[in-house]
Design a protein around this ligand. Structure first.
Ligand code: GLO
Ligand code: MG
Length: 347
């Protein structure tokens, strides 16, 4: 496998996990956050994805000065490890005030909390030297449709995006769509919704998308087509590559672990568009299996990165002229057979 392929990889500290699920105890001891950063480079990763409270734990109870000083310390620590922050995301799903959503909560005071928290997240990102804010709109949705005015909810989300663009004129907002979990139905379920919100915003050039493979699959969509849609609008800011075995809970499986051909097609679409040449990261939002022994468990990150690079090589070894001829002849039977044999490594 060639490591000369110039892709930059990232993950978030939550991807080294305790193996929790709702039906049993955690199976691995918590691994201290601060010690995770030393693991990135040896695993082949240089980008760190953060939630605001990954950078500044307990930020709700801090003064702005305390918050910014802690963010400054993390910036120095990243530099010492040769790492860069890819994005910071406001964690709008743990506080008492976010039980019913954040920007779309029915409570005015809770919506105020969400906005203040978002401003703090932006301040933390800037103190860290990072201009990208990811919005995974976790609880913006409903469990029953009558609970919220959905039209108003979309207006509130757009209003927040515009307020963020005004609050800091240099940041970019990357929306990570997801159709469900923890809510029954989420308000920004697909990249189509994200791109529409971007164009409706006051500065669409600064509003983009982050596509997670599993989230697209949960919406019943093909991740490579979702990526192609965003790329066609020059709105693919980042990806969370992983995999998902059908319509169930969000699995965050290893990239290619459920459907190698679908993983190949994501790589193909990214390669065809020259994704990464402007510094975009290959983010891997993968979780180790609950059954895996050890602490910390990081093999899933190493393996997913390796599979990605193997698939890049597979794409580059594809006979593009043959593909072109099959397309022109509308011989998709032959094309499919060629692709499957190519993936299997047989002639
Ligand atoms: C959950 C999401 C989550 C986000 C992360 C960054 O389903 O994938 O892991 O990617 O919170 O915003
Ligand atoms: Mg994700």
């Amino acid at each position: 496998m060639s490591d000369s392929i110039p892709y930059r990889f990232s993950f978030g500290p939550w991807n080294i996990s305790e193996g929790a699920d709702p039906f049993g105890p955690e199976v691995r001891p918590a691994f201290p956050h601060e010690e995770k950063f030393a693991l990135y480079r040896p695993l082949g990763f240089e980008g760190v994805q953060f939630h605001d409270d990954d950078v500044v734990p307990g930020l709700d109870g801090m003064t702005p000065a305390q918050m910014l000083s802690r963010a400054g310390e993390v910036k120095t620590m990243l530099g010492n490890h040769g790492l860069v922050p890819e994005f910071v995301a406001p964690r709008l799903w743990f506080a008492d005030q976010t039980v019913d959503g954040a920007y779309t909560s029915n409570s005015e005071s809770d919506r105020k909390y969400a906005w203040e928290r978002t401003q703090k997240c932006i301040d933390i990102a800037r103190a860290l030297g990072c201009k990208a804010i990811v919005l995974w709109l976790s609880r913006e949705g409903s469990y029953i449709r009558e609970a919220k005015d959905a039209r108003l909810a979309y207006e509130r989300i757009l209003g927040t995006i515009n307020a963020m663009l005004e609050y800091d004129r240099e940041i970019e907002i990357w929306i990570e769509p997801k159709p469900n979990e923890p809510t029954d139905q989420a308000y920004v379920p697909t990249i189509g919704h994200t791109v529409a919100l971007a164009y409706a915003s006051k500065d669409h050039r600064r509003v983009k998308g982050l596509i997670e493979s599993a989230h697209a699959l949960l919406a019943g969509l093909d991740p490579s087509d979702e990526m192609a849609f965003a790329l066609a609008h020059d709105k693919l800011a980042s990806v969370h590559l992983n995999d998902q075995n059908g319509l169930k809970y969000d699995q965050d499986k290893n990239f290619g672990g459920a459907n190698l051909r679908a993983a190949f097609n994501q790589v193909r679409v990214l390669e065809e568009a020259g994704y990464g040449r402007r510094g975009e990261f290959i983010g891997l939002d993968v979780k180790a299996m609950r059954t895996q022994k050890g602490s910390p468990v990081t093999v899933h990150l190493r393996n997913s990165r390796e599979i990605f690079l193997h698939l890049v090589e597979k794409y580059r070894a594809l006979d593009g002229e043959l593909v072109r001829q099959y397309r022109e002849a509308r011989d998709y039977e032959a094309l499919e057979c060629y692709i499957l044999k190519h993936l299997l490594g047989v002639k």
